[in-house]
Design a protein around this ligand. Structure first.
Ligand SMILES: CCCCCCCCCCCCCC(=O)O
Length: 132
C-alpha cells in the first residue's frame, strides 16, 4: 500500500502524554493537540519527499530509507536517525541530539488510514491521518 498522497491528522491517542515526556511545555502541547498536521508524501522506491505543514510551520524533508536524516522539531529540538522499510511498514529510529535518548516511530497504512506511532521512554502514542 502506497504512502503517496496528502494526509491530514484526524485523531490522536496519548499524544499529549508523549509530548509531555518529550519535554514540550503545556502551552505548546495544547496547540499541538489541534495542530492541523498535514503530510504530503511522495515515494519513489527508497526515496521519499515529505511536505509537512501544521499551525507551527511548513517544511519539506527529503530522505532515502536507511540513510541518516537530520530532523528538527518545531521547537528546535534536533533528532538524527533513519527510516527503514519493513515490508509495508516504515520504521524510524531517531536519537535526540540533546540527551541521546531514542524516539521510535512507525508509519503504516491501516484500513486506508495512515497510522503513525511514536514511542519515547516507554510512552507510546499514535496519530491517525486520513486522505485529504
Ligand atoms: C515533540 C514532537 C514529536 C514529534 C516526533 C516526530 C518524529 C519524526 C521523526 C522524523 C520525521 C522525518 C520526516 C518525516 O518523515 O516526516
Amino acid at each position: 500500500m502506497s504512502f503517496d498522497g496528502t494526509w491530514k491528522v484526524d485523531r490522536s491517542d496519548n499524544y499529549e502524554k508523549f509530548l509531555e515526556k518529550m519535554g514540550v511545555d503545556e502551552e505548546k502541547r495544547k496547540l499541538a493537540a489541534h495542530d492541523n498536521m498535514k503530510l504530503k508524501i511522495k515515494q519513489n522506491g527508497k526515496q521519499f519527499s515529505v511536505h509537512e505543514s501544521s499551525v507551527f510551520r511548513t517544511i519539506d524533508i527529503n530522505f532515502t530509507v536507511t540513510e541518516l536524516l537530520q530532523y528538527s522539531l518545531a521547537d528546535g529540538l534536533e533528532l538524527v536517525g533513519a527510516w527503514k522499510l519493513n515490508g509495508d511498514i516504515m520504521e524510524g529510529e531517531f536519537t535526540r541530539k540533546d540527551n541521546k535518548k531514542v524516539l521510535k516511530t512507525t508509519r503504516e497504512i491501516v484500513g486506508g488510514e495512515l497510522v503513525q506511532t511514536f514511542s519515547y521512554e516507554e510512552v507510546k502514542a499514535k496519530r491517525i491521518f486520513v486522505r485529504e
